[in-house]
Design a protein around this ligand. Sequence first.
Ligand SMILES: Nc1ncnc2c1ncn2[C@@H]1O[C@H](COP(=O)(O)OP(=O)(O)O)[C@@H](O)[C@H]1O
Ligand SMILES: [Mg+2]
Length: 283
Amino acid sequence: MNCSDIVAGRFQVIRLIGEGGLSRVWQAWDKRTERSCVLKVARDDLGAECSAARESLENEVCIMRGLTHPLLPRLLGAGEMTEVAFIAMEYMGGEPLSSVLEREGRLDGRVLLGIGIQLCDALEYLHAQEPPIVHGDVKPGNVLRASDGHVRLIDFGTARRVTGMEACSEQQGAGGQRLGTRGYAAPECSLPGAAVDTRADIYGLGATLYRLAVGERFDGSDEALQKMQVLRPRSLGAAMRRCLQVDPGARFQNCRELRRALERCRRSCLWDSCRRDSHRNPA
Ligand SMILES: Nc1ncnc2c1ncn2[C@@H]1O[C@H](COP(=O)(O)OP(=O)(O)O)[C@@H](O)[C@H]1O
Ligand SMILES: [Mg+2]
């Protein structure tokens, strides 16, 4: 695909904005709606892996079909073009949190709590689908943050509909790829035969918040646990620790519970900063 190509008689390619293991992502112009959009195209230079790239994209289309939520990109179309599968979706704007982290190292507690609370809303919507959708790859690279602070969750390449009975081996892509990314995927995702459910996303969100707060990937070590203990407000470290439990039964059981905990942390942040201000400027 090249700049200014017109795909499916409708999408005019503008520029390459992302390249992953299985796909390339282009910004394009949708001539029908007269809006920016995104074309995600299966890479065709992967040799034997090409079919895995196409299957991942087909899975993404199946998952995205019918989803409508302000924090998720809307599917505009999908198809084939000269043997290459593509998905067209709404352009969400903003910058991946992975790039924000490269620049800023880590984020302030109040900012990351705002991000976490919004992601709870997006995940709660996915988990409420029938059957529930597990995103399966919640991490900074799959979250876009706009300059007004709004975030969007993208990338349904490893998402799965779960009925609660699936074992992890059935969750893997046909190419055998693991569910999720090392450092963010819940431990049960790499245990052959273990069941994976929506609580895997609670772990992924916890690992994302850890990365945003500490500036490093969570590796489950004692040192990492200590780094959570010194975070302020204290309740933030406690909420992260609960998300990052190895046993899914010991985590928050759903995003509503987690959202409530993060909202309490945000109130503590506000309270702490009020107290600091009143120490600085005693009446
Ligand atoms: N809907 C979208 N709106 C804006 N940018 C997007 C969108 N989808 C993807 N991107 C950009 O493309 C990059 C890769 O997209 P992603 O779906 O995560 O692909 P991969 O499966 O290769 O990780 C993202 O980090 C983001 O910069
Ligand atoms: Mg991605």
